[in-house]
Design a binder for this molecule. Structure first.
Ligand SMILES: [Zn+2]
Length: 465
């Protein structure tokens, strides 16, 4: 009997604690909802957030006990934005990859933190980092100790010797120096050859906190040892990385320059491809057929990029960028010819080695370029629901497993923006800019129509209070 009384007393206590700890629900009223997928808004709607999840979306008035009410005043309520190609530690690595070697790790990490913070200020509530290990910054953000977006991390890129991940300086000629250069010691890149070493690198990377894997399978701009045409990584090396990812229930993505290398990668089971500046119709249709995700950087075709990023002097990297710039014009046209590809395309500016001001300008212009060439709706979907679907490919390795991202519906994570105006009609409300480096300088967080930013149920900006 005594035992029963004690149990019921504990039950009462537990109920009291639960009531005390239950988060105050937030009720958004008088909002027009864009759900991340539809071609129109749900007008005059109400949205309930309980804890870190969206629990109700309704076009009829709702009464929610003890709720904090935010009157949206007719603003649009939409999903927080997803940037699927951010190199947190490289965005501000002025002077190119060589300067990794010259910088203190604290400076690199602190600038990475600045990048993460600035993205959330502009409404990017989730980012995906396909390489250069910012796993530590992610941990600090996820613990709630620093404001920043959710982060899907590839950790260190996996590259063959002389591949796009081989950032050793020109003078570091010994093979052993792959283990002493800072890019390796900071976990930015694994330079490995052969099946066994590649498999070990993939597994070590996952153990270190990578949620998906990125492999180098073609030439790249900022690396100096690999001409753009090069086919990188052997068949057995690719199979090793795919094997490790499959064992962890996640996916592999690849840096690709030529379309034949994209088809090769897809043949090995890759679920996503990056870049492909020489994309052709045949490859685009093959990607549609296979349902492969695609993340290109289209505003690289702007001639302004060359001067702003590389300066006036000629260099190996500038010459590579010039070729890429011309090729990207072809890619834009091919996407217009195969618009079905847009269904699996995600938005990612892939900004590296930029000033803070030019990084913002590049992303703003990339957004505008998409909308101008493919329409506003596909651009918005690429930045929300498509990004959420790509994030979900991390399977059981997903660091945010409790609901979908990039959509407004019951059960989704409460990552929410309130926009003064209709983004389906005007993409500039989200910061998109027709100008690139000649756009006026702005600072992160000063997008005027973005009145409220919520991530994980927590409000980070609110001009309505
Ligand atoms: Zn990249």
């Amino acid at each position: 009997m005594k035992h029963v009384i004690l149990s019921s007393a504990l039950a009462v206590l537990a109920t009291a604690v639960a009531a005390q700890d239950a988060p105050t629900p937030i009720l958004f009223t008088n909002v027009n909802v864009w759900d991340g997928e539809s071609d129109k808004l749900l007008e005059n709607a109400n949205v309930v957030v309980t804890g870190n999840l969206i629990t109700e979306v309704s076009s009829t008035p709702l009464a929610v006990a003890n709720a904090k009410i935010i009157d949206g005043g007719g603003r649009s309520l939409m999903p927080g934005l997803i940037e699927s190609h951010v190199h947190v530690n490289l965005q501000h690595m002025l002077g190119g990859y060589d300067t990794i070697e010259l910088r203190d790790w604290q400076e690199i990490g602190a600038m990475g933190a600045v990048t993460a913070q600035s993205l959330l200020k502009d409404g990017w509530t989730t980012i995906r980092d396909p390489g250069a290990n910012a796993v530590g910054i992610k941990k600090v953000v996820d613990r709630g100790e620093m404001a920043g977006p959710r982060m899907y991390q590839a950790g260190g890129v996996i590259s063959q010797t002389s591949g796009h991940g081989d950032f050793r300086l020109a003078g570091q000629r010994l093979l052993e120096e792959r283990y002493t250069f800072k890019g390796y010691r900071l976990g930015f890149a694994y330079i490995v050859d052969g099946r066994d070493a590649t498999l070990s690198a993939a597994r070590q990377n996952l153990a270190n906190g990578a949620t998906f894997l990125k492999m180098m399978m073609g030439g790249g701009i900022f690396s100096t040892k690999d001409p753009l045409h090069t086919k990188q990584s052997s068949d057995e090396e690719i199979q090793a990385v795919v094997e490790a990812a499959t064992q962890w229930d996640t996916y592999v993505t690849a840096h690709i320059f030529l379309p034949e290398h994209a088809r090769r990668a897809i043949g090995f089971g890759l679920k996503e491809i990056l870049h492909i500046p020489y994309l052709d119709v045949e490859t685009a249709e093959f990607m549609v057929e296979k349902g492969v995700f695609y993340n290109p950087q289209l505003s690289q075709s702007s001639p302004d990029v060359l001067e702003a990023t590389f300066g006036a002097e000629e260099s190996v990297t500038k010459a590579k960028a010039r070729v890429t710039q011309e090729a990207m014009q072809q890619t834009t046209k091919v996407i217009q010819q195969v618009p079905e590809l847009l269904e699996t395309m995600t938005f990612g500016a892939d900004i590296v080695t930029n000033t803070k001001a030019n990084a913002l300008r590049t992303r703003d212009h990339e957004m505008w370029f998409w909308a101008e060439n493919f329409g506003i709706l596909p651009t918005l979907k690429a930045m929300t629901s498509n990004g959420g679907k790509l994030a979900a490919l991390t399977g059981k390795n997903n660091p945010y497993p409790d609901g979908p991202l990039g959509v407004i519906k019951p059960g989704a994570y409460a990552d929410i923006l309130l926009i003064d105006g209709n983004p389906l009609e005007d993409i500039t409300l989200l910061g998109a800019s027709a100008k690139m480096f000649d756009a006026p300088e702005r600072t992160a967080g000063d997008i005027p129509a973005m009145d409220l930013i919520m991530k994980d149920g927590v409000i980070y900006k609110n001009t309505l209070d």
